[in-house]
Design a protein around this ligand. Structure first.
Ligand code: SF4
Length: 259
């Protein structure tokens, strides 16, 4: 297959494949470009601001800066305008300011800089290379906390198998690639709510996660790119060129014409 020379897996690749293998093919095999989206820009901006704010050397304490002013300055400096339409950007900017003010209010007392931020990792599993980047690692005493930022508008009510895979990958990476001696928690921090959800990862879940990674890798290598037509299609940028979506649309039209 076209991407075999550089083939690797990551959580986002596996999640895209899980969502729709055909969309995975469009992005990673056919290498079609994806449309910039406002919510991706929003997420990248907030990640960058928090990366610097919690950075072991660039945090406001080391920089001797008033924290709220520093947060707002970082927001200006790292704001990404790509992908917003109409008045969306202005609204998003206001949301980002509110979100950072909330983070400031709720975290500033007892603030501790991270042990590491934006930590790249790579590990081998079966014949697959898995890569990724951890947003933040905190160290409290001799234990480590792995944190991933989420900018979702809505707090999830439950976690699907695929959602659990990200903390599992980070847990494996923390142990096997970064050699952190004692991982206390792996958490998703929903920054709009300042709510941290930690996962109790036992050996069984880790094994299941590993099986999922290997299974997905095998399916990709076998060129299994079956489309998953469904609600995902409403936000898919490849609808106009996707034969499966077009066929479903045509089937629906002819069904309506005959009813
Ligand atoms: S339109 Fe639907 S079926 Fe086609 S690639 Fe996109 S998500 Fe998959």
């Amino acid at each position: 297959m076209a991407e075999s020379n550089e083939f690797h897996l990551s959580f986002s690749r596996i999640a895209i494949y899980d969502n729709c293998p055909m969309r995975y093919k469009f992005i990673y095999v056919d290498k079609l470009s994806t449309m910039p989206r406002g919510y991706f820009s929003f997420g990248s901006t907030i990640h960058k601001v928090l990366e610097i704010f919690y950075h072991p050397d660039k945090n406001f304490i080391k920089q001797k800066r008033p924290p709220l002013e520093y947060l707002m300055e970082l927001l200006d400096e790292h704001w990404i305008s790509e992908g917003y339409k109409g008045g969306e950007e202005e609204r998003a900017r206001k949301e980002a300011i509110d979100l950072l003010k909330k983070i400031y209010r709720e975290n500033i007392f007892g603030f501790s800089p991270a042990y590491e931020v934006e930590k790249n990792f790579s590990f081998n599993l079966d014949k697959f290379k898995v890569i990724g980047r951890i947003d933040r690692i905190d160290k409290v005493g001799d234990v480590y906390k792995i944190i991933d930022y989420k900018t979702n508008r809505v707090l999830p009510k439950f976690f699907r198998e695929i959602d659990l895979l990200q903390p599992i990958i980070y847990y494996i990476a923390g142990k096997e690639a970064l050699h952190l001696p004692k991982i206390e928690t792996v958490s998703l921090l929903f920054v709009r709510y300042n709510k941290e959800i930690s996962f109790d990862l036992n050996d069984r879940l880790v094994e299941k996660g590993k099986e999922k990674i290997i299974r997905t890798g095998e399916q990709i290598l076998a060129n299994n790119f079956e489309p998953k037509v469904g609600k995902n299609c409403s936000t898919c940028e490849f609808r106009d060129i996707c034969p499966a979506f077009k066929k479903t649309e045509q089937d629906e039209i002819s069904l309506k014409a005959h009813s």
